[in-house]
Write a protein that binds this ligand. Sequence first.
Ligand SMILES: [Zn+2]
Length: 412
Amino acid sequence: MALPASINAQTAVQHEITRLAGLREVHVAMEWFRSHEPQLRDWQLEAAAIPAPPFGEGRRAEWLRARFGELGLQDVQVDAIGNVVGVRPPADPDQKLVAVTAHIDTVFAAGTLLNIRREGDRLHGAGISDNAAGIVGLLALASALRAAGVRHSAGLLFIGNVGEEGEGDLRGMRHIFTESQWKDRIGPTVVLDGAATDTIVSEALGSRRFQVTITGPGGHSWSEFGVPNPIVVLARAIARFSRVDLPAEPKISANVGVIAGGTSVNSIPESASMRVDIRSASQPEMERVERALRQAVAEVTSEYPKRTRNTAKGIGCEIQLIGCRPAAELDPNARILHVIRAVDEHLGNHARPHRASTDANIPLSLGREAISIGAGGSGGGAHTLQEWYDPVGRDLGLKRALLAVLVLAGVK
Ligand SMILES: [Zn+2]
């Protein structure tokens, strides 16, 4: 009796991992992580201490470019949008590259006191885990493979990417997969983001964000009374939009996060605006809720005279897309999922599938295989000034990443 294809695939991958982990050079590479923890810690403190605010990652990129060069990666460069890339060349140049990537930006604005420091065995400061831990993961993999002289069939493309957080809107990964010289040469992608070993992000939580602005003629609250009031129009649109159906499955959320408008209590405002965040792992659901938002605004504003050059007394409206992260799900039979599950089994690690917005959104939305995992150790306080990182157990996370990357790339 034939086994289902997925069970066969899983078993084949398990055998491959056992064989790989038994190779002397792979063993040497895995041991490198534990014996070089002081080096990893120093890199982490150095990287995190260089500010990398949204749209200001240049100095940290230069630092990473220098490290990539020292570690013998080839074609090392900072690309047109600011990503740092470097290649560990393949034994077989016909195979597609395996991408390993970590975002180098932080959520902290320029001028923030990052206060990066070591206290005992723990590292502290803004961005120390998210994503200095991931950056160190890239350097650790490149170093261990070099020290052990591992020859992998497919080349490895190391990428420190920009613009993962907030309004960066994944611009670094978007560039890699839609415009860069690598876009058609990448096979599977492994993303290293933050600490830990207990998750596998294989579902890309998408988001679409809008700024809705309503404008009117404005005026004195007594003498101009009667001209349409943009705040009232906006409030009515919010009330109508809030009636949209948001089912629990597939989960979707819609949030009016900011409203603004008006100047004084005795003025009819000239404008009012809101910011709306729609999130789901289902792209069709996000599109449905976006249509409901547009419809609510259109219906309400249609009840007022339109603001044109001839009728300045009317209401104008603009809906601007201010953020867009595509939603997607990895095929449950994707090889990369079999690989990470088999690696976890081999290492005795327990990890659960997870839905989140990460660098993996971009390759997943293009139908490519990608997962996002932590770079080991533990951390907390992400996106706050109290962020911390504890390297205990880091080597488990790095072994996990190394084995996954090597199975994907192939070692003869
Ligand atoms: Zn992150």
